[in-house]
Design a protein around this ligand. Sequence first.
Ligand SMILES: [Zn+2]
Length: 412
Amino acid sequence: MKNIYLLFICFISQFCIAQQSVRDMRCVRVRSCIDTTNTQFKEIFDFWENYQDDLFRNQFYKDSVCMQKYWAESEFLKYENPDIVLRKTKIYFMLPELFLGIEIRNDTLFEIKSLYSSVYMKPNSDMYLLFSTYVIKKNGNYFLYNKFSENKKKLKEYSKEWLHIYYTDDYKFNNNEAINLFERANKLLKDFDFYQPEPVHYYLAPTYTELLDIAGIDFLFNVYIPSSNIKTGGWSKPDSRLIFYSQGGEANLHEFIHIFIHDFRKNIDFKDYDLDEGFCCYFGDHLGFPYKTHAKRLKIFLNNNPEINLSENLQVAFLVNNKKYYSDTINIKFNYNDTIFLSNFYDDSTNYSYIIMAAICEIAMQKGGIELLKQMLLEITNDNNYEIIEKYLGIKRKDLNSYIRNFLNENY
Ligand SMILES: [Zn+2]
């Protein structure tokens, strides 16, 4: 998901040039059928948009956001960062918004619904996100309140020490798998000398779309696509110690490892680096399959795409005319709309950018074991991948492409 940022580079650069108000830059529209002069509407709408203006200023101008001004106190007691939707999508306030309206639930509770469209798919802009959130009126002020906080009250619970699992009525919960997950997680914590975790809250639903629904999200760009199979997967919010996953989540260690890495780094601001995804895939899993399965797929993929140059970029390559991936697009004709990145935004196939980093983890384990890899985790950012790889693995950037290809061909 984090690679989605790459798609907004053009979009963002326009903002840097434009001298407009933040609200104008955010492209906010209200449905034409709504009476925008209504006092109640104006108050709630302005409150909601002011919040997003502040998020936008924080993103682009580094102005701080006073979350206490916008979120109900109860949400801070439940989550480190109360904006559950923001932590899932990371970007909604940057996208063109169509504000759909407000419904009153009782004298002090309102529900607002908003729709966001993708910019990167211009000119055929697509729907990106649809969600609603509650707004509470208290002492004349408005505060946001997650729908998730209400939805989760209906779930069943299983607890074992630090692990708290919540699942829907129709979820087929496997008790033995849950115990196995707990033991696997504890073994990993011990092997790595990671910190024993604070409670982790794990939410399970039969399908990915139901999972989004629990989180308060009606629609996200990557659903309703795999028409021939059920979409699986999930996500974690390490700073709030939350994980969401579809059926079979009891076997999923990947998202837990994100939280363990977060604890290991003692992050205040949560960052999800490329190496983290590799680490979680290598020691955990990726979409229900172990690293070895994906490593074989990566080997075949790279052999079929010799123009991908991992010394050029470890995360991005361009699919040209729906046939081959290229890292260098200088000498080939391509249409930006026909390009695609190595990450899988839309389906459940292997995310190659993750598995490339998982292969780096395997190489690191062979060269120096867990202590070396832990040191890399502490020093790496997405800007210094090549430097850290050279420093700790002794592989120069110019040699990395052939090194990884040879490594996969020899071992898988
Ligand atoms: Zn991950």
